[in-house]
Design a protein around this ligand. Structure first.
Ligand code: PMP
Length: 446
């Protein structure tokens, strides 16, 4: 439980938000546009954002590390993105007929992901992973997929399995029991979604042997960023790549969070691994809704109009999103900028680590470049189960104390992370480290 005084301070700072939320929940389930935006007692409502800052309707200013769950890698309302969107807005928001910027944009992605031959458009991470799974099935003629325990790949049924299963229902750790995450997902779905623990090659091989000839694909986040931040052990990704090749299983790297963020070419570049398919969203769209999936020509051309696998979408490659994405990737996010957010991210990780040592709280920081997370456990986790013992009460105590002092450290969920943008400054980092010291001291008390 978060301390009463902490919640009281939050409520005292946010009366207008409370009023907005009370109105909103009458007409929107839970009063929020996406269920993960709700938290107890109520979420604050935003009035505007600029650079590294957001302001709520009560006038409180926050250093924003949520950054739209990582969408705003350029910071809010970057002038180059604003100009690109304005320029396109004058021409049209949608043609639904091919246009030049779409292939210029894909060419930039191919430059960043040279192991891919083609990309195709989608509008969200959910759509991208849905298409990737479908074409892997079409390409291999098999139905089963393997998903890693504790990861999130979006809202379609086949990946809503063992997202964050209750520990009591997870089964043996070397062979997790698939657990359907949401009401409304047919129980049968779990028959085609097999679950493997992260950072465990042997368990993956056991699944491959047990279901030999039945598995179309492994879908995984190369770095687990939906479980706080969990890093791959040395050689884990390389070994999974070797194994999937040996068993003719399509390897899908879901780089919705890592892509064009931890390096220009995402985790594929960072760890020098060539997946068969990659899914991208968030940082690739300059803050607008944009997603893609890409792969080798023979796999990609299973989709229409070349092949017989369904793909489409009224909003796919819409020129407004593509313009923002093109400006983001070609004009703003240069190598220098990747170095900048990586350096700042490392500074923040180190600063909070030092604060943890000073305050003697049982916690640790796990991070990679521009993303990081504080786990309230002593040693860095290696998979979902070692993360799931995180102290939830301390996590929220820390989060509210940061928010009450004007720092939004991550989204209002247990296992999110901070996202550094190019708008963050050394001064922002210094203030955040100082604030985290105070928040950690509150966690240490009682
Ligand atoms: N894959 C991963 C790895 C994600 O983190 C997310 C969203 N957080 C998705 C897919 C789904 O993306 P979207 O919310 O754009 O549908």
């Amino acid at each position: 439980m978060v301390k009463e005084e902490t919640i009281e301070e939050y409520i005292a700072r946010t009366p207008k938000s409370k009023k907005r939320w009370e109105e909103a929940r009458e007409v929107i389930p839970g009063g929020v546009g996406s269920s993960v935006r709700y938290f107890n007692p109520y979420p604050f409502f935003i009035s505007k954002a600029k650079g590294s800052r957001i302001w709520d309707v009560d006038g409180n200013e926050y250093i924003d590390y949520l950054m739209g769950y990582g969408i705003n890698i350029t910071g809010h309302a970057h002038p180059i993105i604003v100009d690109a969107v304005k320029e396109q807005l004058e021409k049209a928001t949608a043609y639904t007929i091919p246009h030049e910027k779409s292939f210029l944009y894909i060419k930039e992605l191919l430059r960043r992901f040279p192991m891919m031959d083609m990309f195709q458009f989608a509008n969200s991470g959910t759509e991208a992973t849905m298409h990737a799974v479908r074409i892997a099935r079409a390409y291999t003629g098999k139905d089963k997929i393997v998903k890693i325990e504790g990861t999130y790949h979006g809202q379609h049924d086949y990946v809503l399995v063992s997202v964050q299963p209750p520990l009591a229902k997870t089964g043996p750790k070397w062979a997790p029991t698939p657990h359907v995450y949401s009401d409304g997902v047919p129980a049968d779905t779990a028959k085609n979604t097999l679950i493997a623990p992260y950072n465990n090659v042997e368990a993956m091989e056991n699944l491959f042997k047990k279901h030999e000839g039945e598995i179309a694909a492994v879908i995984m986040e190369p770095v687990m960023l939906n479980c706080g931040v969990i890093l791959p052990k040395p050689d884990y990704l390389k070994d999974i790549r070797k194994l999937t090749e040996e068993y003719n299983v399509v390897l899908i790297f879901d780089e919705v969070k890592t892509g064009c963020r931890i390096a220009a070419g995402g985790a594929s570049e960072f760890y020098k691994i060539k997946p068969d398919l990659v899914t991208l969203a968030k940082a690739i769209g300059g803050g607008l809704p944009l997603a893609v999936f890409g792969g080798k020509r023979d796999i990609m051309e299973t989709i229409g109009p070349v092949g017989r696998t369904s793909h489409g979408g009224t909003y796919c490659a819409n020129p407004l999103s593509v313009s923002a994405g093109l400006a983001c990737l070609t004009k703003v996010m240069t190598n220098k900028m990747y170095k900048y957010i990586t350096d700042l991210g490392e500074k923040l990780n180190k600063g909070i680590r030092d604060m943890i040592e000073d305050t003697d709280v049982k916690a640790c920081v796990n991070g990679i470049g521009p993303v990081g997370y504080v786990f309230f456990i002593e040693t860095a986790p290696v998979d979902f189960r070692t993360a799931a013992v995180n102290d939830l009460d301390k996590t929220w105590e820390f989060w509210f104390n940061m928010v009450n002092k004007g720092v939004l450290p991550w989204g209002p969920l247990q296992f999110e992370e901070w996202y550094m943008s190019i708008a963050h400054t050394k001064e922002d980092i210094a203030k955040t480290i100082e604030t985290s010291g105070d928040a950690l001291r509150k966690c240490a008390k009682g």
